[in-house]
Design a protein around this ligand. Structure first.
Ligand code: SF4
Length: 487
């Protein structure tokens, strides 16, 4: 480039200054400043509400997720789900732009509903919102009723909808609101006095592991319990590749979902997610509605099976007792590799609760626990789990902190491994600490969403990946004299 057209830099930062700052951000002084940060969030461990709503929509038979809002937002949820599952997460959008923001999004919604209904022939469209229509106050109730009046969609075509403003809550709130909306829509007027269809409604909560969904169904089958697994994405995001394109694989059958208020019992597998859905069940049915921690680890799985046994008057079969024995054996074989090791973990409150329980069962220490959206109640709950075990002593819960906070924490007070989504990989590289990919999203490893981590088999899977990662690290870093064939 010639002298005359060279662009003058706004600021000049010398290589020495870059090196100084690179070093400084690893210090305790920087950590104190970083941990006091409030005005900005950097690399949060959560997604926005509509993403959770879209996951739910994919979990129902023949359902097309419909984003009322901007195209860019819809692309984000689609790409995050597609990259995690490596399956298409097809969804349509009303593609609001500047004029929609000024005049309201009704025309966009009309056009979107009419086109999507004609082009993609869904059995149901689940509508949810991005930030823009929420800020301008679009009235979904009126808009969808108007679309029916105009004849753009048939009167009886199911269009449940949910307001999912992203400036409030996270993906787990979007999951909850959409699920409640779909169930209340489908089950309206379907409750029959005195009817008990003998089934269990199981709410897994925001869970992006297709293996877990299959495991829930298998465990219920082993117990001899007929289950309606709600928002079941096991096929939607893990369907066979056989040369036939199916736009809506799998999902909870709509007929089954419509019968949820006649079920024998309802069980929600996460204490802090699905609250609105649980409240709705409690208001609408006299059948038992219970909430319990996800069956991550042996104790939580025991409680899950005992709860099923209690609700349905069944015995836990020998096959599951044998599975439990195998999990305990695997844990005994590997406990020395995890004993007293420190871990940093991050994710949703319920996921963290499960992980904490499992690590404590192994005599490991969930040392830095990062939750980027939670409450004092969640902190208290997680702290109570830590207090139950001597390995919880000295472990820290960092509520409403993000992964840039995590970086400061592990730079100044390191751990043996990180367990969490792919968004932590930069932290792991900077701190030179092994990173076990887990949770959502996992974008840089394959097939992990197919490996269940609930139930006794899930405990073995979890243990295998953690222990082997630690062993690999020992091999990778050991001196020649300690490089052994046996560990
Ligand atoms: S936070 Fe709001 S603007 Fe951003 S992707 Fe989510 S819905 Fe769209």
């Amino acid at each position: 480039m010639s002298e005359t057209c060279a662009v003058k830099k706004v600021t000049e930062i010398t290589p020495e200054e870059v090196a100084r700052v690179e070093e400084w951000i690893n210090t305790e002084e920087y950590r104190d400043k970083n941990m006091a940060r409030e005005a900005v969030v950097i690399n949060p461990a959560h997604a926005c509400q509509p993403l959770g709503a879209q996951l739910v929509a994919h979990g129902f038979e023949g359902t097309l997720p419909f984003v009322h809002g901007s195209q860019g937002c819809a692309s984000y949820y689609r790409s995050a789900l597609t990259r995690h599952f490596r399956e298409p997460a097809a969804a349509v959008s009303s593609a609001m732009t500047e004029d929609g923001a000024v005049f309201g999004g009704q025309n966009n919604l009309f056009e979107g509903l009419e086109n999507a209904y004609k082009l993609y022939s869904p059995k149901m469209m689940a509508v949810f919102t991005s930030c823009m229509p929420e800020i301008i106050g679009d009235d979904l109730t009126a808009f969808i009723a108007n679309a029916r009046k105009e004849g753009l969609i048939p009167e009886d075509f199911p269009v449940p909808y949910a307001n999912t403003p992203s400036f409030n809550g996270t993906h787990i709130n979007g999951y909850d609101t959409m699920l409640k909306s779909i169930l209340s829509y489908l089950a309206a007027d379907k409750k029959v006095e005195g009817k008990d269809n003998g089934k269990l409604n199981l709410i897994p909560g925001f869970d992006c592991n297709t293996g877990n969904y299959r495991e829930y169904k298998r465990l219920c089958k082993e117990m001899g319990i007929d289950v309606t697994l709600l928002a079941d994405v096991s096929e939607s995001f893990d369907s066979p590749l056989d040369g036939t394109y199916r736009p809506y694989p799998g999902g909870t059958p709509l007929e089954e979902a419509a019968d949820v208020l006649n079920a024998h019992a309802t069980l929600s597998m996460m204490l802090h997610a699905s609250k609105e859905t649980v409240k709705w069940f409690k208001n609408e049915t006299e059948a038992p509605v219970d909430v319990m921690p996800a069956p991550i680890g042996v104790a939580n799985t025991d409680n899950f099976l005992m709860k099923l046994a209690e609700l349905f008057g069944k015995e836990v079969p020998e096959s599951l007792k044998a599975e439990r024995g195998r999990a305990v054996d695997a844990m005994t074989d590997a406990h020395q590799y995890l004993h007293n090791k420190k871990f940093a973990i991050w994710g949703d409150p319920d996921y963290l609760a499960g992980m904490i329980s499992f690590l404590l069962e192994m005599g490991a220490r969930p040392y830095h626990i990062i939750c980027s959206r939670g409450s004092k109640k969640v902190t208290k709950y997680l702290q109570a789990l830590l207090d139950e075990s001597p390995y919880g002593e000295g472990c820290h819960i960092w509520m409403n902190k993000d992964l840039w906070h995590l970086r400061s924490l592990v730079m100044t007070d390191p751990v043996d491994a990180l367990i969490g989504s792919s968004h932590g990989k930069m932290v792991a590289r900077d701190a030179n600490i092994p990173h076990i990919r887990h949770g959502f999203p996992v974008l840089d490893r394959v097939n992990l969403h197919r490996v269940p981590f609930i139930g006794y088999q899930g405990a073995i899977n979890l243990l295998t990946s953690i222990a082997n990662t630690l062993l690999e690290e020992v091999d990778r870093t050991s001196e020649d004299k300690h490089f052994e064939i046996m560990r």
